[in-house]
Design a protein around this ligand. Structure first.
Ligand code: SF4
Length: 148
């Protein structure tokens, strides 16, 4: 096995420590921000037994997140999605959007759209321009499942 690609799963493992690459190589990241969700969609990966350890409900400290993003000096795109979490529940959500915009990083946000009141979404709308794409997800395969 190529020694540069030996997988190391210790607590503070980073992508760069796994692949021994320069962080400047990273142009796109996807962030799982919250590990929590306000819904309980039956088809969600949150229901998989092997994901149970990911559902701590904890949120990553904002400064840690920014320190890591700062280290990706050529970052061009950021996807706010998550297999097991709803990104708009992140308590520093607007700070993060403003940070990404300040670096001209384009944003794709995937949300169930069911987390905040109209004022919150209006606030997001004010921050939106051509660099931000917001995708509202429909997570039930039929109306009955979707309304569960
Ligand atoms: S909205 Fe998304 S993260 Fe939340 S339960 Fe449904 S599929 Fe899972």
């Amino acid at each position: 096995m190529n020694q540069e690609r030996i997988l190391c799963m210790e607590k503070n493992t980073t992508i760069s420590s796994i692949y021994k690459m320069d962080n400047a190589w990273v142009e796109e990241v996807e962030l799982e921000l919250t590990s929590s969700c306000n819904l309980d969609c039956p088809l969600c990966a949150r229901n998989y037994e092997n994901n149970a350890h990911l559902l701590s409900g904890g949120q990553r400290p904002y400064n840690d997140l920014i320190d890591q993003l700062d280290s990706y000096t050529n970052l061009k795109r950021c996807c706010l999605a998550g297999i097991i979490s709803e990104p708009t529940l992140y308590k520093h959500f607007f700070d993060l959007i403003e940070y990404l915009k300040s670096r001209d990083i384009t944003i794709e946000l995937y949300t169930n759209g069911n987390t905040h009141n109209e004022l919150w979404w209006e606030e997001l709308g004010k921050l939106c321009d051509e660099s931000i794409k917001v995708i509202f997800t429909v997570c039930g395969s039929n109306q009955a499942l979707h309304e569960k």
